[in-house]
Design a protein around this ligand. Structure first.
Ligand code: FAD
Length: 404
């Protein structure tokens, strides 16, 4: 990915983002943060709120990489996930995951309100629906599990979509927003009182207390790697996550559905809307595919264009892009210290295309750890947790196919 692709994403094209200077020279702060996506910028704000100084060092522009290429649903409804989490981690930890997501959503709302950030946050119900018989029982079970975990889930067939569905689960109290406006707006609140945000400053070398670019250094008590995937060999997260890509399009839409939607089966279809320049746009993501497979990209891009035009009186497509995220081998993100000794780097990765709520919750954990405080959600997300053997065969197969 290069900077020239940024303008192809609807969010980056419709955000007036402030510019930040490049790092030049040497400085010292309490916490250095590498990476200015939703994780890095939120962590910077929360660490500054705790009375510490931060320096965030971003290789390109804040908020414009994976975060600025997402569909930006703020939801704890992550496809059909909670029954898997209960099976792999037990109900108590799955409840921590659920709590962290809901808290992440509420924190985005609170930060935008506190700092007057125009992030186009709009309350919306979130739906996962199916028209495939074989997913109906999974949806029914997910609602049952989600309710037990305290999530706002109900079973329904009324979705507001312009077609009937066999079954759907509805989550209330969810929202959607403009990711680039939010992250860039939040970043603009960080500089001052000894804290800094730098753009166009790629970190080339790092130690647990120092980051180095070609024009400067930041020395700190702790270094946060908010780089989507931690850099280099740190924690070997490249070997515990697998990448997935998805095509995304944005087009003016005539039949506007009232919620945010995703189907359970394949090919995947995810839709939400956003208003810009007096028009309502649909932002639609398609089936995931392994990066480096251009035929899949073409097929799934064409599939969402067809699906959108067929059901929603939409078009022409004005923006097309591809986004990628990493999924952890055992289905839960890795957040916290990269090594169990409490040293090393603070990291957050493996959001499985749900890093808006997860990334904000991760920043809350990182901010606590950076101040030397515990965080109860670590029991679920611990970045240095022992990898369950159960995840290994599936993971090895995934990575072998990505590499093929
Ligand atoms: C198609 C798609 C749709 C999605 N939709 C949703 C959604 O609706 N809701 C949801 O919750 N999640 C969604 N996600 C997931 C979500 O977008 C991501 O999980 C999240 O944005 C990741 O944030 P991040 O801060 O970790 O990464 P990023 O936003 O990529 O930020 C990392 C930053 O680190 C910088 N960086 C990297 N290396 C260096 C270096 N050496 N020096 C300095 N800086 C560096 C990068 O330039 C980048 O800006 C979606 C994902 C995909 C693929």
């Amino acid at each position: 990915m290069t900077d020239s692709t940024d303008t192809r994403t609807y969010w980056n094209a419709t955000a007036e983002a402030p510019d930040f200077p490049s790092l030049a020279g040497d400085l010292s702060v309490d916490v250095a943060i590498i990476g200015g996506g939703i994780v890095g910028v939120t962590a910077a704000r929360l660490i500054k709120d705790a009375g510490l100084t931060v320096a965030l060092v971003e290789a390109r522009r804040v908020g414009r990489q994976v975060t600025g290429k997402s569909t930006a649903k703020m939801t704890s409804q992550h496809g059909i996930l909670y029954q898997t989490l209960v099976r792999k981690f037990g109900e108590d930890k799955a409840r921590l995951y659920a709590e962290a997501q809901e808290a992440g959503i509420r924190r985005i709302e609170a930060l935008a309100r506190t700092h007057g950030i125009e992030a186009d946050i709009e309350p919306r119900a979130a739906y996962v629906y199916t028209n495939d018989d074989s997913y109906v029982s999974q949806i029914e079970k997910e609602v049952e599990v989600a309710q037990r975990l305290g999530l706002p889930a109900t079973l329904t067939r009324e979705t507001g979509l312009p077609f009937d569905v066999l079954a759907a689960m509805r989550w209330d109290g969810q929202a959607q927003f403009h990711p680039t406006k939010y992250v860039a707006g939040l970043a603009a609140t960080v500089p001052g009182e000894g804290s800094h945000v730098f753009e166009n400053s790629r970190v080339l070398d790092y130690e647990p207390t120092k980051v180095v670019t070609d024009r400067g250094t930041v020395t700190a008590r702790h270094v946060v790697m908010a780089t989507h995937l931690p850099l280099g060999q740190v924690g070997m997260y490249y070997a515990m996550n697998y990448p997935m890509a998805e095509p995304v399009i944005a087009a003016p839409i005539g039949r506007i559905p009232p919620g945010m939607y995703k189907n359970a089966e394949q090919p995947g279809h995810s839709i939400r809307t956003h208003q810009s320049n007096g028009k309502t746009y649909a932002i639609v993501a398609g089936n995931h595919f392994k990066p480096g497979h251009p035929d899949d990209e073409k097929t799934y891009m064409a599939d969402i264009e067809r699906w959108l035009a067929e059901h929603f009186e939409a078009g022409p497509v004005e923006y097309r892009w591809v986004n990628e995220d990493y999924s952890a081998m055992d289905s839960a993100p890795f957040v916290g210290w990269s090594s169990s000794g409490g040293d090393g780097y603070l990291v957050a990765t493996g959001f499985a295309a749900w890093g808006i709520s997860n990334g904000t919750a991760a920043a809350m954990i990182i901010a606590d750890l950076g101040q030397g405080r515990d965080n109860p959600w670590l029991a679920m997300f611990d970045a240095a947790r022992i990898k369950p053997v159960a995840g290994a065969p599936e993971f090895i197969k995934e990575n072998a196919e990505v590499a093929a």
